[in-house]
Write a protein that binds this ligand. Structure first.
Ligand SMILES: [Zn+2]
Length: 266
């Protein structure tokens, strides 16, 4: 099954009324964005989770953006983990599946050193998640800037070695690779992980030699959704695709149209 939906709320709507609107539009997913902070309380999370379940809308979370698990300042690492773990706790009460986060920046560290730090911190957080009984998947995301940890190979390796989950953003990979992406190769690599449900972000993107600059609407640039969609359908991949376009839910509907054109029935 393929689920589509936006990151964040629909303009002028709170989370509950956004969920109802999405249902009415025929969408099936939504990512809750803790951009600056984890703003929900557990009680509010439970109420939202109940509504989402009633409407059969899959919830996921984007942890706050101020995260660097490989920072040289210990305080920043502790604060980063707290932001991710607070998101996981809220995610548990929301009934959310994935808790997405951008893991780290290299700073002055080598790629190898950064990798082993991020890996250790992820293992430590997985232990806390298990011990707390939170039913969520920790999902480090493929990032769009060369200064950030998070190439497809880095994230896949960490998933294999820690058994965490993954969030794949093809736009970020496209930005890292100067405006090219091979969906077949990408999905071949992901299939090896044998995950039951893949979590994607999708939008078009503006990039420079340093990588990601900003997200664009599907109409404004690449990568194009149709070749990605047809590869997903060919392989019968179960997944959630969150629109991170500047026009979030409208582009979810555009993705829906493309999938339907290719013969997919929602
Ligand atoms: Zn992200």
């Amino acid at each position: 099954m393929i689920r589509l939906g936006p990151a964040g709320n629909i303009e002028q709507h709170d989370t509950i009324s956004t969920l109802q609107k999405l249902k009415n539009m025929g969408l099936q997913a939504k990512e809750i964005e803790f951009v600056r902070q984890v703003y929900l309380k557990n009680d509010a999370a439970k109420i939202i989770g109940k509504k989402a379940k009633e409407l059969d809308i899959n919830l996921s979370i984007h942890a706050p953006y101020f995260i660097n698990l490989a920072s040289e300042e210990k305080d920043k690492v502790i604060a980063s983990k707290k932001r991710i773990l607070d998101s996981c706790e809220r995610g548990h009460f929301l009934g959310a599946t994935h808790v997405v986060f951008h893991p780290a920046y290299f700073g002055k560290r080598s790629k190898e050193e950064t990798y082993s730090i991020v890996k250790n911190e992820i293992m430590d957080m997985l232990e806390t998640i298990n011990r707390s009984g939170w039913n969520v998947k920790l999902a480090p995301e493929t990032t769009g800037k060369h200064s950030a940890f998070g190439s497809l190979d880095e994230i896949i390796k960490i998933v294999k070695e820690t058994k965490c989950d993954i969030c794949i953003d093809p736009a970020h990979l496209y930005a890292r690779n100067n405006g090219t992406i091979n969906f077949k190769e990408m999905l071949d690599k992901l299939e090896v992980l044998k995950l039951k449900n893949l979590h994607f972000h999708f939008s078009a993107i503006k990039y420079s030699p340093k990588g990601e600059v900003s997200h664009l609407t599907l109409a404004e640039g690449g990568p194009k959704f149709e070749p990605f969609a047809s590869e997903l359908l060919k392989r019968k991949i179960d997944c959630t695709i969150i629109s991170e376009s500047p026009i979030t839910w409208q582009d979810s509907l555009n993705m829906k149209k493309i999938l339907e054109k290719l013969g997919y029935k929602f």
